[in-house]
Design a protein around this ligand. Structure first.
Ligand code: GLU
Ligand code: ZN
Length: 295
């Protein structure tokens, strides 16, 4: 059997409910997959129980159903994949590609988020320490389908980054790469807040011998108060009553041009129109859009 030519996914974090910005990213990944007859998977990125909002997982699933999104196969939860993360992490550690870091937050102040490498050669034990991946002194570069060329020098702009926190929780960067590869994801479509995570993920893919997916980062949606609707934004759940209106607005945010007759259509009709007419080349080539201009 041949592998399907396109496997996309939506990978929400239950640290809050879906908001209009997540709807835009979800819709883009769904339409991009379904337009070419591809598969579309759903993965719950529940790596961080302390930051999980009670009931958010159920609310996210309900919202996806209310908005008409249908995923292929079973929902995957990252909380059920710890053994895989642990074994890869152990291998990276044993090979000296990753090392233990005992730096306190205080020690790392003043380095603008770039780890200065204090523990690189310290040989700390892995217990009760964060684990960092050594990065090469190289620039990573890829062509995003919407944002165009993106470059980042891992050594100078990021530094050795955490793949397991000191409290034992696995980092998003590690889990996302392992899971996308395991699920055979060919196309990552997500919000532009993750553009600057991509070079770290490219490095991990290279290290682990995985093939590189295509990337498409959609603009973030900015609230009237200037707040970016990114991962950390807290908002109420997207209402079921507003589903058709918000889907129409999300289609327009993505540069698609739904005809006037779709005013008052139901969610399934809207998605069917979106699948048939999807044109990723129309997505605005910007990192962010103001929500007020979309109303
Ligand atoms: N879980 C991430 C988020 O909600 C998205 C991960 C991804 O799409 O790569 O921001
Ligand atoms: Zn350190």
């Amino acid at each position: 059997m041949n592998a399907p030519p396109y496997i996309g996914r939506f990978a929400p974090t239950p640290s809050g409910y879906l908001h209009f910005g997540s709807l835009v990213a979800c819709l883009a990944s769904y339409l991009d997959a379904r337009h070419v007859g591809g598969h579309w998977l759903l993965r719950m990125e529940d790596l961080d129980p302390p930051r999980e909002v009670a009931g958010a997982q159920e609310a996210i699933l309900r919202t996806l159903e209310n908005y008409g999104f249908e995923w292929d196969g079973d929902l995957v939860r990252q909380s059920e994949r710890h053994e895989v993360y642990a074994s890869v992490l152990q291998r990276l550690f044993d090979q000296g590609l990753a090392y233990a870091c005992t730096c306190s937050r205080k020690q790392l102040e003043g380095y603008a988020g770039v780890y200065p490498g204090f523990c690189r050669n310290a040989g700390h034990a892995a217990e009760d320490a964060a684990i960092r991946l050594r990065v090469p002194e190289l620039e990573y570069r890829f062509i995003d389908r919407v944002q165009g060329e993106y470059r980042q020098h891992l050594g100078r702009e990021v530094g050795d980054f955490v793949i397991r926190r000191r409290d034992g929780l696995y980092a998003y960067q590690l889990a996302v790469v392992l899971d996308d590869a395991w699920q055979g994801v060919t196309d990552v479509v997500r919000g532009a807040d993750l553009l600057d995570s991509t070079p770290r993920q490219l490095y991990l893919q290279e290290l682990l011998g995985f093939s590189q997916p295509r990337y498409l980062h959609v603009p973030l949606i900015i609230q009237p108060d200037g707040h970016k609707l990114g991962k950390s934004y807290r908002s109420p759940p997207l209402s079921a009553e507003q589903a058709p209106a918000l889907l129409l607005r999300a289609l327009r945010a993505l540069g698609q041009q739904p005809p006037g007759e779709l005013q008052g259509a139901r969610v399934h009709e809207l998605l069917a129109w979106g699948i048939a007419h999807w044109d990723a080349a129309r997505i605005p080539r910007s990192r962010a859009l103001a929500e007020e201009q979309l109303r």
